[in-house]
Design a protein around this ligand. Structure first.
Ligand code: UD1
Length: 382
């Protein structure tokens, strides 16, 4: 059997690493081996956004890099489809495996289906209900086209059924990103927080963290960082209300860095002694910071999940989430606070007195990748 799996952007790497490991393990034992080709669309291309993750997570170098890079959504998706179609025509795999909800996920599933190649979507069925979110468009289209939909939780199964997906195409496998977390937890724990700061601090920032509490901030969603009117109050809240309690460690996404500079906020942040601005971090470094953080302030989907497993109170700067299982009402660690400062403040104050509470949702057990591969191997076409 020939499988092409696809990655494009940073959150994909943690999801593909265990799947590739499962194929490798299969090939060591099985009589019929799997011919696996890894395609990187090149949506994320910086060393810190891409190469560093391949190395840290021991992902073999991509067999093919489409080198798509930045661009508008249509450019990214269109260019990926054109380049990926050529790969498909050359290789004609039985399966294309896509993960998550980035532009590569959408582009490659469409290109594959147009050539009648079976598509498997790992992390299927997540829905935020917010069609303005680019990832929601990617999720809807990918799931509509996929032959095999592998879900991280039972809520996602219901979402798919409500949309009319036939149950035979759906399999509940658990959360594959947690496989990566469990594999790397021990290694991450060995990192020193201050070494992480020292090695990743942006020029001009000098501050260590003692035995004190700290907050971690990550923001990259266009809805939070692209408009001045939204980003400025968030930054002011961090500077004026969070830093009075504890230092903030903020690994800055390239999109956010650019906007902070364009909106004239960078200098103000850089001069603040409690703001520890960092490059985008590697996998182990980020996991380590999360393990000890007093609070996570983020708009990332993956971090909401990791906070649930690690028990870190998480303020999610979004109005909705495609991962409701991570919310407090479902037992998780995250609270939706949108970008309304009063709401953010209220929930922030509550977390100051809350303790870490670890929750492990069903099948988030570190064995999801094997279930994904089994589902593909056992798949019966209708
Ligand atoms: C993408 C994903 C999002 C995911 C996020 C994680 C889509 C629609 N969005 O958003 O789901 O949560 O990645 O990071 O696929 N840039 C660099 N270096 C890089 C990559 C990007 O400088 O290695 C710059 C680009 O030039 C661009 C900006 O960052 O200006 C945004 O990159 P882009 O890939 O368009 O989307 P993300 O916001 O990263």
């Amino acid at each position: 059997m020939k499988i092409i799996s696809v990655v494009g952007a940073r959150p994909n790497f943690m999801k593909i690493a265990p799947f590739i490991k499962a194929i490798k393990d299969h090939n060591l034992q099985a009589s019929e081996t799997i011919d696996h080709i890894l395609v990187h669309t090149g949506q994320h291309y910086d060393d810190r956004m891409s190469t560093a993750f391949f190395e840290a997570l021991e992902i073999p170098p991509a067999d093919i890099n489409l080198e798509i890079g930045s661009g508008s959504h249509a450019e990214q998706v269109g260019n990926t489809m054109i380049a990926f179609e050529k790969v498909l025509l050359e290789e004609m795999p039985e399966w294309v495996v896509v993960v998550g909800d980035v532009n590569a996920t959408l582009a490659c599933s469409v290109a594959a289906k147009k050539l009648h190649i079976k598509v498997c979507h790992i992390e299927a069925g997540l829905r935020s209900g917010d069609i303005k979110m680019p990832e929601e468009v990617n999720r809807l289209v990918t799931d509509r086209l996929s032959d095999l939909l592998l879900t991280p939780d039972r809520i996602s199964i219901e979402n798919l059924k409500q949309e009319g997906t036939s149950p035979e195409r759906i399999s509940f496998v658990g959360n594959i990103m947690i496989d990566t977390l469990e594999t790397h937890r021990e290694r991450a724990a060995a990192y020193s927080i201050n070494e992480i700061i020292e090695n990743n601090q942006l020029e001009g920032f000098k501050r260590e963290v003692g035995n004190e509490d700290y907050a971690v901030v990550t923001l990259h969603r266009p809805s939070n960082v692209d408009e001045k009117e939204i980003l400025i109050p968030i930054v002011n809240f961090l500077l004026e209300e969070v830093t009075t309690e504890m230092p903030i460690l903020w690994p800055v996404h390239p999109r956010t860095r650019k906007n902070l500079e364009d909106f004239g906020l960078w200098e103000k942040i850089s001069e603040h002694p409690e703001m520890i601005m960092l490059h985008p971090l590697g996998y182990h470094e980020m996991l380590r910071l999360n393990m000890e953080a007093k609070i996570m302030i983020t708009d990332s989907g993956g971090l909401q999940e990791e906070c649930t497993i690690l028990g870190t109170p998480c303020l999610t700067l979004r109005w909705n989430t495609e991962r409701p299982i991570t919310l407090k009402e479902h037992g998780g660690a995250s609270v939706l606070v949108g970008n309304h400062i009063q709401k953010i403040r209220e929930e922030y104050l509550k977390t100051l007195t809350s303790e870490k509470k670890v929750v492990v949702p069903e099948l988030w057990d570190g064995k999801t990748a094997q279930r994904c591969l089994d589902a593909i191997l056992n798949f019966q076409s209708e």
